[in-house]
Write a protein that binds this ligand. Structure first.
Ligand SMILES: *[C@@H]1O[C@H](CO)[C@@H](O)[C@H](O)[C@H]1NC(C)=O
Ligand SMILES: *[C@@H]1O[C@H](CO)[C@@H](O)[C@H](O)[C@H]1NC(C)=O
Ligand SMILES: *[C@@H]1O[C@H](CO)[C@@H](O)[C@H](O)[C@H]1NC(C)=O
Length: 280
């Protein structure tokens, strides 16, 4: 028996599946994805090797999950659970993900003294911008964080993409607030899951000639009742401009994203959470 088991244990150890850049969200941090009818339902995972699954850790706990594109140096999406307004304060430190650039540390870390990293954005990419100005726009936002530790952990560049400053501080902020208020009402006592993503577009516009400025920001939620049935869902899509974000069904958002990502299929909740549309 021992002879059989040992290679398996060794294999697990070297494949690093308890690290932060993981082989599968499902195995390491399934708790951040809606599980309608008990089935963990992550969004579509693109197969190319430039895409990485990250179970985000700042201190000692997984806080949310991010699917990251090391080529465009922006995330595809972040996924998390929403539990209510926790009134967290904003951290001033922005981190990077050491494992994306072959460092061992599985916790997000400061990019000071690491220089320019090949596989992700760094703080310097956002400095010395010409107009218009782009913020490090959060996907999983402080306003939806479940704890101060989680709020701190949202300040990683793997959870951010260049977002027009007026949009980040304007209509996108309005959306984050409206979604939180809505879920606080209709999903109170139940489980609310949110996925927020960006579309790189043609990537002609880059910050510091490195980081794609996304064409669109999108978000969707799925509220499950205590029997894991879909109680409410809604999708949102906006260009990277400060104009109101459009609400639509999850199915309509998925159809838009199929075109925008130029994919054969794109699922936000693995094909579930398409019913009971209730939008703010
Ligand atoms: C893992 O995720 C996929 C979708 O990406 C899903 O089809 C599969 O059932 C999941 N596995 C488990 C064990 O939840
Ligand atoms: C956050 O603030 C709101 C409004 O001030 C309050 O109603 C709510 O209870 C606070 N939440 C927590 C977790 O302290
Ligand atoms: C959050 O970050 C601040 C510093 O930015 C630190 O003082 C605080 O202890 C952190 N909180 C948690 C819960 O990690």
């Amino acid at each position: 028996m021992l002879v059989l088991i040992t290679p398996v244990v060794l294999l697990l150890a070297v494949s690093g599946c308890f690290g932060e850049v993981v082989d599968s969200f499902n195995q390491t941090c399934p708790e951040f994805f809606a599980n309608p009818a008990g089935k963990v339902s992550p969004p579509t995972i693109f197969a190319d090797s430039n895409y990485k699954q990250i179970c985000q850790i700042r201190e000692n706990a997984y806080e949310y999950a991010t699917f990251y594109d090391t080529t465009s140096k922006i995330p595809v999406y972040s996924a998390y659970k929403f539990v209510g307004f926790m009134n967290c304060t904003r951290s001033e430190s922005w981190y990077i993900e050491p494992q994306l650039d072959n460092r061992e540390n599985k916790r997000m870390s400061s990019d000071e003294r690491m220089g320019t990293l090949q596989h992700q954005a760094v703080n310097a990419d956002y400095k010395n911008q010409k107009k218009p100005k782009y913020d490090r726009g959060h996907l999983a936002p402080v306003l939806h964080a479940v704890s101060q530790g989680c709020s701190n952990a949202t300040f990683t560049l793997t959870n951010a993409a260049p977002q027009l400053a007026s949009f980040n501080r304007g209509q996108w902020r309005v959306l984050e607030k409206n979604v939180a208020r809505k879920l606080n009402g209709i999903c109170s006592g139940n489980s609310a899951y949110i996925v927020t993503g960006v579309v790189p577009g043609d990537c002609k516009d880059k910050l510091n000639a490195r980081v794609c400025i996304p064409s669109h920001f999108w978000s969707a939620y799925c509220c499950l009742d205590n029997n894991l049935r879909v109680k409410a869902s809604c999708g949102f899509l906006g260009q990277n401009q400060n104009v109101p974000v459009i609400s639509m069904s999850v199915t309509d958002l998925e159809n838009n994203l199929i075109n925008l990502y130029n994919q054969g299929d794109f699922y936000i909740f693995d094909g579930h959470c398409r019913e009971n549309q209730i939008c703010p």
